[in-house]
Structures are given as C-alpha cells and as structure tokens.
Design a binder for this molecule. Structure first.
Ligand SMILES: [Zn+2]
Ligand SMILES: [Zn+2]
Length: 145
C-alpha cells in the first residue's frame, strides 16, 4: 500500500482515512509453528505535517493460526497492533517520504515484528504438557509419581 501525499495535497485536504488489506509473509509472526492466516487488515489516518511530511497512524489486525507454544493445541487468535509514525524526507527516517509517497507495508511489517509476543498460547494460563508423563495438563492430571 502506497500513500500518495501529492494526491492528498491536490484534493486540498490535510488528512485522510484509509483502509486496505494485504497478504503479509506468513512467517511474519516469527513464532515457530504459526502462520498469519488470511489478510492483514489495516485502517488508519494520514495527516500532513508539512509540504513533504506526514504522520501516519492506525491499526493492523490479523489472525494467527498454529500450535500453542506450551501444549501444542491448534489455536487461532486475533491480534491488533497500533502504529504511529512521522514520515519525512530525512535521510535517517526509517519510513521516508520518497517522491511524495509513503510505503505503508514496511511500517506494518515492522510493527508486527516488534510488538508480537514471543509465545503463542491457546489461553493465557495454559498449563502445557508435563515433561515427565507427556500429559496435556489442561485436560488431565499429571501421572508422574
Ligand atoms: Zn496451550
Ligand atoms: Zn507428569
């Protein structure tokens, strides 16, 4: 998704909302045995802060499907991550404005990578699998002596 500052300025507005969907790299979550299922839905707002700069904010929501990190149960979870970045022409800006365009995919990808928890749990208090007897402790009692 590309946000075009030129179009926005031409319209005479200083801000605009946007919504789009895209298919991220399935492994973007970075958690083993999981993948992003379906499209990433992005909604947000772009606000001009200068001739060639703008603040881009909003949220990205998506589902992750995979095996619980602790008990390996098949799990589907919904995630929502918020982002807010000031994009300008500075050479050290990680999300620069290039030819009056902002490339939103990189902002979303980086947000997902930095905000994603390290574990993927079927529920917050998942008890996992006993290392001794191999029993799923969510479903039955440990059989170890
Ligand atoms: Zn679990
Ligand atoms: Zn056990």
């Amino acid at each position: 998704m590309i946000l075009d500052l030129k179009e926005l300025k031409k319209s005479g507005k200083v801000s605009e909302t946007f919504f789009f969907e895209y298919f991220a790299d399935k492994n973007l979550s970075g958690i083993p045995d999981t993948e992003i299922a379906g499209p990433v839905r992005v909604s947000g707002e772009i606000v001009l802060t200068g001739e060639h700069s703008a603040n881009v904010s909003g949220e990205a929501s998506f589902e992750i499907r995979g095996n619980c990190t602790r008990c390996l149960a098949q799990t589907v979870k919904q995630y929502v991550f918020e982002f807010s970045e000031l994009c300008d022409e500075a050479s050290d800006n990680p999300y620069p404005v290039v030819n009056d365009k902002i490339y939103l995919d990189k902002i979303i990808d980086d947000t997902v990578i930095s905000d994603m928890p390290m574990t993927f749990l079927c529920r917050e208090d998942c008890k996992g699998i006993c290392a001794g007897c191999g029993v799923n402790l969510n479903e039955s009692e440990c059989k170890c002596k």
